[in-house]
Design a protein around this ligand. Structure first.
Ligand code: PXP
Length: 238
């Protein structure tokens, strides 16, 4: 079975830093610790309100990191400009609502269609690999294909919050959706709300290529340290 890649989302290191307006803890240091301890990529979300990661973090991390940086951005002109200027290897387009605490669901392709049609070709031209953060639905896969996108990250938030028969049904649906996407040559990633237990429940899907995990890893690091937590998560998924 191919190994699943681990992307470590370090946004919440910046959340802790910003809570005091200091320059520590350093997201760059967290990115490098993740890299050293087995992460296959590092993810950061440059939000429109800059509540965690900011442009200086982006610049520092992209120039120091040796594993790929996955930059999450909203479908806005400002973010597209930043993406084309910094040219990270991976971009994930995510929905963004000012009032939300976290990314609550996948991107609404219909609502963003015109923007995506106009702007994705510029990212492709610059050899940036684009994924869309989507709810695990067949319609979303078909719409992605029409846009020329060949990678999707599925939002696992609903699975993360479910238990019992509902969790089982959602996981079964997730597997079917992954198989559908892979049959259409789409590279499949997933993430949101995953902890050790939830991760164990979805890692047996042979066509899942990457998991992006943030909040749990950073929270758990308070007790066990980032190095050990990244190593442990990597061991679970690898
Ligand atoms: N993937 C994407 C596209 C995200 O936006 C996020 C953060 O919301 C994650 C993965 C990681 O989610 P979490 O921090 O809950 O692990």
């Amino acid at each position: 079975m191919a190994k699943i890649r681990l992307g470590v989302n370090i946004d919440h290191v910046a959340t802790v830093r910003n809570a005091r307006g200091e320059d520590y803890p350093s997201p760059l240091r967290a990115a490098l610790f993740s890299q050293k301890n087995g992460a296959d990529s590092v993810t950061i979300h440059l939000r429109e309100d800059r509540r965690h990661i900011n442009e200086s973090d982006l610049k520092e991390i992209i120039s120091a990191l040796r594993i790929p940086l996955n930059l999450e951005i909203a479908a806005t002109k400002e973010m597209m400009k930043i993406a084309l200027k910094t040219k990270p290897p991976f971009i994930c387009i995510v929905p963004e609502k000012r009032q939300e605490i976290t990314t609550e669901g996948g991107l609404n392709i219909k609502y963003n269609l015109k923007f995506l049609e106009e702007n994705l070709p510029n990212l492709f031209k610059n050899n940036i690999e684009v994924s869309l953060f989507l709810d695990p639905e067949i319609d979303n896969i078909n719409s992605s294909i029409e846009l020329g996108v060949n990678a999707i990250e599925f939002h696992t938030g609903e699975i993360a919050n479910a238990s019992g028969p509902k969790e089982k049904a959602l996981i079964n649906k997730f597997e079917a959706v992954i198989e559908y996407a892979v049959a259409k040559n789409i590279s499949v990633r997933a993430g949101h709300g995953l902890n050790y237990d939830k991760t164990k429940k979805i890692i047996n899907f042979k066509n899942l290529e990457e998991l992006n995990i943030g909040h749990f890893i950073i929270g758990e690091s308070i007790f066990y340290g980032l190095s050990d937590v990244v190593k442990k998560m990597k061991k679970i998924i690898g």
